[in-house]
Ligand binder design. Structure first.
Ligand code: C2E
Ligand code: CA
Ligand code: CA
Length: 659
């Protein structure tokens, strides 16, 4: 037994080194630790243990600093009692123990185990003790070589392995040699790597699942070092520990701005790009200024840049984070919570923290979406975010079932392999060009006056009948076209076919059925390859959105909706998305039904309102017809509906909500 680690020698050492003593606990401080090692001399063999108190900050937060200090004193005594060696407090809640280098592994493991298990024996209130635990890292067979830095970094990284493994555990350094040598390699090469521009930015699209349109992208880093590609999982944790992450994040932010500035003249030039922000930044007062300076250099508006901060930061440094978030937002940047639901969700924080977006963690979707309860939780979180006007993006969407489930929960934006992996700039440009719609025609026909053209005057309508009859519309004093019924292709309006010039479309209108006749169409679009129509009365009294593909004998696709009473105004919206081959119908702002695998019809030949080419014409009133050349999403359609019913002039009568 090396008596330099004995109690008498340690007492003597502390008495000789007052500057090496910690004022609070009477243990050695960091300086004392260095002096003690120096006394041991080069070549001394040591066993080192790194002890970190998990969640110590919560004691301070909940019970105040004097209780926190009291706890640290008690814990110091406790550690001193259990371990046969030199103990130093080298940070707020971090302790290092140096012991005889000849101890065997069993013995050390036993000590660590006892330390973790017996914390309840500390003389403190149990409610305080129940908050905390210990994570321990142990390095055996260490040799002092003039500085304890290597030894400390070994047991420190073993301690982090314990923390990652779920806290309240201990880990031996040699058990994680492999990851460590990689980590050392990474540390050795990181500075040069950054200087040599070895870090590359990939972009992963964020996609609106309803319209299939790209609505944003996340910048993710890769490290191309010689012939190796390192993924973020290997280097980000290392950089977070040694502080290099700040440099990397700024570099990635700048690279993302630089690449984005190259998209300026494309149709996705204004796409919002998000960049990850590590916790290291939130204490940097000048961060907003630095980000602005970079964005300015590349001429990127701040509104097109979003910063993703992970949920775990919110739990630990919530006040700082709220302050930083407000500062960033006041400049115009967007802020999102990343990996929401992966750890201790700080649901509470959503009260104080007005983030723009919440990103649901992929782990969450994976495990939880398999059970009823899990699904209910996801659904409720999405619904809560919508109430708070926070956007929701779900990460890690990999298959069609997840898409359907999320759409069913009214989450519209996804980021995941189902749509695309992270892409290099060139591939991203190809993807975005394909999935960003051009400025597509939208036409508004109020149908209230003899001039039946679209509001912008560009599209006209012709009436095939004696004369158009107008009756009351949905607004005070407004009018609607009243279709009197009649033979096939009589008493209906015919619209210039170029009003629909895209494979995907949205048709919205107000309908007041006056008499219900089976299969009479309110709207009928004839394509070269089939048709799409809406009949207020079809299957067993229910309304139907029907698409016919005449290229196939059995090509009938019906989306049956609810029952529409006559003598009431209904807001009807039909959408078709040629990318997902999905037809959807909405009544009074709510998505009512959808059909999958509906083939895309091409080339509109005729558009009729009030009848079709097969059936007698309809008896109904129609007004406020909107035609869009893209498949609008839930939010858009609900907002459209609400813009009518919240209009003080709205007299559309009783509104029945269907969901
Ligand atoms: P993250 O911010 O949660 O980024 C999303 C990660 O999920 C990415 O991993 C992405 O490739 C992956 N992912 C996307 N879709 C799917 C899917 O459908 N299935 C599965 N299984 N995974 C999917 P990646 O690129 O390996 O990045 C890992 C993490 O590293 C990121 O997680 C982010 O937290 C961090 N990171 C990456 N680059 C940076 C950076 O420049 N700075 C900082 N601070 N962190 C970064
Ligand atoms: Ca992220
Ligand atoms: Ca994430």
């Amino acid at each position: 037994m090396d008596d330099r680690f004995g109690i008498d020698n340690i007492k003597r050492f502390l008495a000789d080194n007052p500057a090496g003593c910690d004022y609070l606990t009477g243990l050695a401080n960091r300086r004392g630790l260095y002096s003690f090692c120096e006394e041991l001399g080069d070549g001394a063999k040591l066993t080192a243990m790194y002890i970190d108190i998990d969640n110590f900050k919560r004691i301070n937060d909940i019970y105040g600093h004097s209780r926190g200090d009291e706890f640290l004193v008690k814990v110091s005594e406790y550690i001193g009692k259990y371990v046969p060696g030199f103990v130093a407090r080298i940070g707020g809640d971090e302790f290092v123990v140096l012991m005889d280098g000849d101890m065997d592994r069993e013995e050390v493991a036993h000590i660590a185990d006892e330390l973790i298990k017996n914390m309840a024996g500390i003389q403190m209130r149990q409610d305080i003790l129940s908050l905390v635990s210990m994570s321990i890292g142990i390095a055996m067979d260490q040799v002092y070589n003039g500085t304890p830095d290597d030894i400390l970094s070994h047991c420190d990284s073993a301690m982090y392995t314990s923390k990652d493994g779920g806290k309240g555990t201990f880990t031996f350094y040699n058990e994680q040699d492999k990851t460590l040598s990689l980590a050392r390699n990474i540390e050795r090469n990181m500075k040069q790597g950054l200087a040599d521009r070895e870090f590359e930015v990939l972009f992963q699209p964020k996609v609106n699942m309803v319209t299939s349109e790209i609505v944003g992208a996340e910048a993710l880093s890769r490290w191309i070092h010689g012939t190796d590609i390192y993924f973020p999982d290997t280097y980000i944790p290392v950089f977070e520990r040694n502080g290099f992450i700040s440099k990397l994040d700024m570099y990635i932010f700048e690279e993302a701005c630089r690449l984005k500035s190259g998209w300026r003249d494309t149709i996705f030039g204004n796409l919002v790009i998000s960049v990850n922000l590590s916790r290291a930044h939130i204490y940097e007062k000048d961060l907003p200024d630095r980000l602005c300076a970079i964005a300015d250099r590349y001429g990127i508006p701040y509104e097109e840049l979003e910063l993703e901060v992970t949920e775990s930061i919110f739990v630990k440094d919530s006040n700082e984070l709220i302050a930083m978030t407000e500062k960033l937002q006041s400049r115009g940047f967007l802020v999102s919570i990343d990996d929401f639901g992966s750890g201790f969700s700080a649901l509470n924080l959503l009260k104080d923290l007005k983030v723009d977006t919440v990103k649901l963690a992929k782990e969450f979707l994976g495990k939880s979406s398999n059970t009823m309860r899990g699904r209910q939780v996801i659904r409720s979180i999405i619904s809560m975010c919508r109430d708070l006007k926070i956007n929701v993006v779900t990460e890690g969407v990999e298959n069609r079932e997840q898409v359907d489930f999320l759409i069913g929960c009214s989450c519209q934006v996804a980021q995941g392999y189902y749509y695309s992996r992270p892409l290099e700039n060139d591939d991203f440009i190809r993807y975005a060009s394909k999935h960003k719609s051009n400025i597509l025609g939208a036409y508004h026909f109020d149908l209230s006056s003899p001039d039946l053209a679209s509001e912008d005057g560009s599209i006209r309508m012709i009436y095939s009948g004696d004369r158009v009859i107008f009756k009351e519309g949905i607004f005070k004093g407004s009018r609607s076209v009243s279709f009197p019924g009649g033979e096939i292709e009589r008493n209906l309006l015919e619209l210039e076919p170029r009003a629909i010039s895209n494979d995907s479309f949205t048709i919205a209108f107000w309908l007041y059925p006056e008499e219900l006749a089976t299969w009479a169409s309110a709207i009928y679009v004839k394509f070269e390859t089939g048709f799409a129509s809406f009949s207020p009365l079809a299957w067993e009294g229910h309304a139907s959105y029907r698409i016919r593909d005449s290229r196939e004998v059995n090509g009938w696709y019906d989306t049956t909706t609810c029952y529409l009473d006559k003598g009431l105004w209904w807001h009807v919206v039909m959408t078709y998305n040629s990318y997902t081959e999905m037809a959807r119908i909405y009544i009074n702002g709510d998505p009512i039904a959808q059909s999958e695998n509906v083939p895309t019809n091409r080339f509109v030949k005729r558009i009729m309102i009030g009848g079709d080419v097969f059936q007698p014409s309809i008896k109904a009133r129609i007004c406020e017809l909107m035609i869009y050349n893209d498949p609008k999403d839930f939010d858009f359609i609900r907002d459209l509906y609400e813009s009518y019913v919240n209009n003080p002039e709205f007299v559309g009568g009783k509104q029945r909500h269907l969901i």
